[in-house]
Design a protein around this ligand. Sequence first.
Ligand SMILES: [Zn+2]
Ligand SMILES: [Zn+2]
Length: 400
Amino acid sequence: MGKKLCFRCNARSALLRRPKNGQPYCRECFYDAFETEIHTTIVESKLFVPGDRVAIGASGGKDSTVLAYVLKRLNDMYNYGIELFLLSVDEGITGYRDDSLETVKRNEQAYGIPLKIVSYQELYGWTMDAIVKEVGLKNNCTFCGVFRRQALDRGAALLGANKIVTGHNADDMAETVFMNILRGDAPRLQRCTNVVTGSSDTLPRCKPFKFTYEKEIVLYAYFQKLDYFSTECVYSPQAFRGHARAFLKDLEALRPSSIVDVIRAGEAIEVVEEVLQSTPNRCVRCGYLSSQSLCKACVLLEGLNRGLPQLGIGREAMKVQSELLASVAEPASAHPIASENTNDGDASASASVKAPKASRSARRAANRHQPHSEETLRKLARGREVTHVPEVDLQDALSW
Ligand SMILES: [Zn+2]
Ligand SMILES: [Zn+2]
């Protein structure tokens, strides 16, 4: 490291090159710039009002750990007057979530923020370990995404929280913009760049890291010596996102502003009104907000509990829906199945409104389903390793 002076204060010697703009920064100026930008996002988007009870979705990973640390700091520094809580979801993933939860528990002590843990086991009667044994590694992220979304809402309700904040950063958001464009998903493209998402009926989800670069989060955690868990989920290949991410990282290497530029582009795209229609509704079974008569979690659970997990996926979901609707008190005819699905999980529910031919597709699903042995799972997992997303490369930031 050379004796370069900090670009900002021009007094202290530089410690790193800021990934966002390539300029040399000293430690103090980097911390201050990093925190001030997050504060600006919070103030400009009016994220909080005094008295808010704010649940931080805490996974123990770098993003939510830095988020908890910075929010506590900003709350003290600028008197937001909000009450903070750590909210963790235990998906039941041995060797991943059990370890990362230990990190969250240490952070509870270190930051003095109370922690609440809700588990898939207690909410749904299934752990992800058990689900993966049933469904294998292909659609498991669908289950996890749908279940986590509801679990956060239910956990926040237990805390009496009125807002949920998540550690989604600028890179995540730019990737999501790409993915929604590539999928032609206009409604999601429209809302994925919002700092606050969620409808009037669910708790607002806020993203104070909307403009915060992943590389800067890693650098901040590193220099502040924050305690976080860095292993990736053992079940999460996320191949499609991996490609979007690799593409974005290539763009970032060429021009660091690319990440914010993609977010700005996503914001500027306007989708005409009629494309955005959706019918807010409640799940007739569990009462959770859903655009369809049954929420995605109930459909997936029904498949799992019948021993036919594929029933909850894609076109087969429609069949479960209609069967379940026939068996609940509400008349099915009163709830035409909408083609849009408002869940933010990666589920690609079929847009077909036509019911598939029941008996044949049920037979097909039954034939397809065979519980996976440990050995098969290990093989599948090994096969997935090639699609792993690239590591965060901090070469540029730390050496010149
Ligand atoms: Zn400085
Ligand atoms: Zn439901």
